[in-house]
Design a binder for this molecule. Structure first.
Ligand code: GLU
Length: 320
């Protein structure tokens, strides 16, 4: 008797332990961008899809507004976020360990690709900016340190031979502050790498007459040619006040990323919840209108996470 009772204690403890994780909710947070951009509503839409089926997988998803791609990537690597949205060019730089990253973040993984983002140079109409060369002597917001804009715009400016010291101001405002600064004539223009339409540029165009500058000079073509992840594209006509013609520029995919520290099971469940609710997901933002199961696997730069690979294999989209 005595002996049996002794044996039963560890068994009870063990079964208590093994039940706990399956009943307990697991929280995942997606790092996004400024509240007037597209990442923030994109994160909200992704979480909505995951949270629809929380009862079955126990994952509860929440969104955080952040400085953007570079912040999200660094914070993921520090283990302080489980998911983040980042421009594919920024994710590529992270994996390689090139600027703005000072060492390779080899643990970064792709989950899926989202909408295309366009390198968008918004300018006050009275500033007369029609090319990158025209930026010399102007007050231009390049982007906050955590933003992807800052990285992408810096690469373009370097290719075009425009130094920060050539600008009257090389601004580092965060994205949500840019439209007011433009309206209040504290800036002549700003770079934003973003999906369209975005509330941010709607606000700017409503506040003051603006133009979107075409990025078609040879120095821009050189940047596009140097990287597979950049493609020539345009900002569509008719989305913003007075922008009645499409503006040629180049773009890059927004990608959902994570790290190897997040489990295969968690990422598998997240990917499954999103891919199995694509029709709903697409309706949540006009920038997602053209997304489909194929495009959402194209344009990523970091290797896919094991959980994403598991889902893609299950669907027969990949074989090895
Ligand atoms: N691409 C921008 C960045 O990484 C964010 C765009 C957005 O918030 O929609 O900083």
């Amino acid at each position: 008797m005595k002996r049996l009772a002794y044996l039963m204690i560890p068994i009870l403890l063990l079964s208590g332990c093994s039940q706990e994780p399956s009943d307990k909710k697991q929280f995942v947070t997606i790092g996004t961008g400024g509240v007037t951009g597209v990442y923030y509503p994109a994160g909200g839409a992704l979480c909505r899809m995951v949270n629809k089926t929380t009862d079955s997988h126990k994952i509860r998803c929440t969104v955080e507004s952040t400085g953007g791609s570079v912040y999200n990537t660094n914070t993921l690597a520090a283990g302080e976020l489980e998911l983040g949205i980042a421009q594919a060019d920024v994710a590529a730089k992270a994996v390689q360990g090139s600027a703005p990253f000072n060492h390779a973040l080899s643990e970064v993984r792709s989950v899926l690709a989202l909408h295309p983002e366009m390198v968008t140079l918004v300018a006050r109409r009275d500033a007369n900016i029609h090319s990158v060369a025209d930026l010399k002597g102007k007050r231009i917001n390049i982007g906050s340190p955590g933003s992807g804009n800052r990285r992408t715009a810096t690469e373009l400016l370097q290719s075009c031979g425009v130094e920060e010291s050539d600008l009257a101001l090389a601004g580092a405002l965060k994205s949500s502050e840019m439209p007011d600064a433009l309206r209040d004539n504290k800036l002549d223009g700003y770079f934003y790498v973003v999906g369209h339409p975005t509330a941010n540029i709607k606000d700017a165009a409503t506040g003051t007459p603006v133009n979107i500058v075409p990025l078609t000079e040879p120095c821009a073509a050189k940047v596009i040619a140097a990287h597979d992840y950049f493609v020539s594209t345009e900002v569509p006509a008719g989305l913003y006040r007075d922008i009645t013609e499409a503006v040629p520029t180049y773009g890059v995919k927004a990608t959902l990323i994570t790290t190897t520290a997040v489990s295969e099971e968690t990422i598998y469940q997240v990917v499954k919840a999103i891919f199995e609710n694509l029709d709903d997901f697409r309706t949540l933002h006009p920038a997602f209108k053209t997304l489909n199961a194929e495009s959402m696997r194209q344009g990523t730069t970091a290797p896919f996470h094991a959980g994403a690979i598991r889902y893609f294999k299950e669907k027969g989209w990949i074989t090895e």
